[in-house]
Design a protein around this ligand. Sequence first.
Ligand code: NAD
Ligand code: ZN
Length: 342
Amino acid sequence: MEALVKAKPQEGIWLETAPVPDIKPDEVLIRVEKTAICGTDVHIYNWDEWAQKTIPVPMIVGHEFGGHIVELGSNVRRPLKIGQRVSGEGHLIGQKSRAVRAGHFHLDPDTQGVGVNRPGAFAEYLAIPAFNVIELPDDLDMDVAAMLDPLGNAVHTALAFDLVGEDVLITGAGPIGIFAAAIARHVGARNVVITDINPNRLALAEKVADCRPVDVSKEKLEDVMASLRMKEGFDVAMEMSGAPSAFNAIVDNMVMGGNVAMLGIPAGEMPVDWSKIVFKALTIKTIYGREMFETWYKMLAMLSSGLDVSGVITHRMDHTDFQAGFDAARSGASGKVILDWA
Ligand code: NAD
Ligand code: ZN
């Protein structure tokens, strides 16, 4: 089969041939149809410090995918069928940690990542445990199926706090921030404000979600709040940029007792004025991955009841044009980039 491989410990990614994976008794083999490029794949492409210490080379990368089942392991007990359209949770968990045994699957310290610690989805075939398989509704577009992993990050973050009637601030209009804006609107927020410093991203956010884009390099959040007749600050914030200045903007513009959900991963240590956080009595909740499998349940339910995030896709191409895809993903001028493997 063809696969995109991190074949050498240097910048780049290479299209190679690899054997179709053998499945273990509890695994299924999936014929991948569509994949999406994630920020994680860009880190691996760039071969940055995180990638160098995390990714064994050679490694088939990628973890955002949609496809159909072609083979079931002999010990698969779930009612899955050959031909069934599926996606999958890319975090593979163990059975021994306290978190897993308490049912908090997404908090397992032994988590292994598809396309990070084990062979990934940028390939014609992918083997994953049946436990991780997500059955898709017939009418779900495969391009959207390929984005359920990052959409799940946004769902997990957005549903961390009650948004109904609330004024919501999202910092970072990357794909996940834009997803979060669409979800906040879908579940009944009042004002949804999204910030970035990249005009392409803000224009995409405004196109996809009914939200107020703010370029924080040109406009002050205080002025935006005044124009929206907001007096006391945002009720809920979602940090989705990893930028220290964005987190500080959240702290400065929250209501007393406000709720902050943090998904963004700062590149290093982040200076924070904790006294402001204490005096505002803010609640901060950090978010990792997706809840298995409540996030997936809620996500598919929202998609079937009108949540539309397909506009986040800006590029679609054959997997053989992967270089153009990675160039687009690295440029910052793109939303989601979809590669076709069918
Ligand atoms: P992305 O890099 O595509 O988007 C981040 C956006 O933040 C960019 O558009 C960037 O221009 C913008 N930004 C930079 N500085 C800013 C500032 N000062 N104010 C406002 N915006 C600013 O990332 P993504 O794929 O959308 O992911 C969002 C974040 O979530 C990333 O930090 C990513 O690492 C993180 N993440 C975390 C998890 C988790 O499990 N916790 C999972 C997936 C992604
Ligand atoms: Zn991803």
